[in-house]
Design a protein around this ligand. Structure first.
Ligand code: KDO
Length: 330
């Protein structure tokens, strides 16, 4: 049947006919994420992406790192064992150090800035490298939110105003070099740990704190095991919808357009919902007994940025890209 079908498709291409008019085997798009099912990025993928591709593909998400450990998803896509992931720039920086520029503290200014950067020509060589060397296509940029420092200590025990106040604080950061560097740049002592371990580590005191946006603090119930959030906004964090290039190349041009539109639509719906949550959750978290306050942001920004200057990360950034990113800001 396959041979007959491909002859028919070839004939149709020659005749200029619509390839998608032919019946095809259904595909399965498997997505692995460390995020929960109720994380807004997961919700947007399930509610927006899945129905848009449903004509030709079944969307099968695996949440909470059940399919692949956090940080191993890109390799799984590259090896042909996975179709999609919600990948971070820090994970990409493991393969291509220049991606650390998008994981650097106080570079992205807000969600709109992330979108402008992702869609700008400056991203083309980055996207091309990931396609050519990893076999992964970055479809769209998702908004995770402003990361803040969330600690077990009460504010009476530790009032965080400047990076010096974080000296000796055992801060869980995700497990890659770019994340660890950011933890150090904040003034803390970073500990690498997978996301799925963080709640327990906070509850037992194995770590003093973690950094994530407010919606994640609520979704993962970190407010149950912490006492304060210093609104450092040290990283306006993003993720890319990463897609197998091999699968992409097996799609018809129309299917490719549909997948691209579905990814963009999911990213945009997820972004709006996440922004809404970010703006509305502080009171909810306070009502759980967590103190939320703004530290000396200028002190944090200056200190963090100074750590990157001359660092091995900054050396990997292609010339002029930071200036182009900044020029796309407000
Ligand atoms: C985390 O491990 O703290 C992090 O927020 C890092 C992000 O890049 C992202 O992977 C996220 O976890 C997971 O999706 C869980 O929300």
């Amino acid at each position: 049947r396959r041979a007959a079908l491909s002859v028919a498709v070839a004939a149709s291409v020659v005749a200029g006919g619509a390839v998608s008019a032919f019946a095809q085997d259904r595909m399965t798009f498997t997505l692995a994420t460390a995020g929960s099912e109720t994380d807004q990025r997961s919700v947007a993928m399930a509610e927006v992406f899945a129905p848009m591709v449903a004509e030709f593909a079944d969307y099968q998400p695996g949440y909470n790192a059940t399919l692949f450990a956090q940080g191993t998803e890109l390799e799984a896509i590259s090896r042909g064992n996975l179709t999609m992931s919600i990948a971070s720039a820090q994970e990409l920086a493991q393969f291509f150090p220049e991606f650390s520029i998008f994981a650097t503290g106080y570079v992205h200014q807000d969600a709109a800035h992330q979108v402008r950067v992702f869609n700008d020509a400056l991203m083309d060589p980055f996207k091309q490298t990931v396609e050519e060397e990893l076999g992964v296509k970055l479809l769209s940029v998702m908004y995770l939110g402003r990361r803040h420092v969330n600690l077990r200590q009460t504010r009476d025990e530790l009032d965080v105003q400047t990076p010096a106040d974080l000296a000796g604080v055992n801060l869980r950061m995700p497990g890659t070099d770019a994340w660890q560097f950011l933890g150090s740049a904040l003034g803390a002592s970073p500990t690498p740990m997978a996301f799925t371990e963080v709640y327990t580590a906070l509850s037992t005191g194995a770590v003093d704190g973690q950094d994530n946006p407010l919606p994640t603090v609520v979704d993962a119930k970190f407010y149950e095991v912490t006492n304060q959030i210093a609104l450092t906004s040290h990283l306006v964090d993003l993720n890319y919808i990463a897609f197998s290039l091999e699968t992409w190349n097996s799609l018809t041009p129309e299917q490719q357009i549909t997948v691209q539109r579905a990814a963009d639509a999911a990213a945009s719906v997820g972004r709006l919902r996440q922004l809404d949550l970010e703006n509305s959750l502080a009171d909810r978290i306070r009502s759980e007994g967590v103190e939320i306050y703004t530290p000396d942001l200028e002190a944090f920004r200056t200190h963090v940025q100074a750590q990157y200057v001359g660092s091995e990360f900054a050396e990997s950034w292609p010339e002029g890209v930071l200036e182009r990113i900044n020029a796309l800001g407000n």
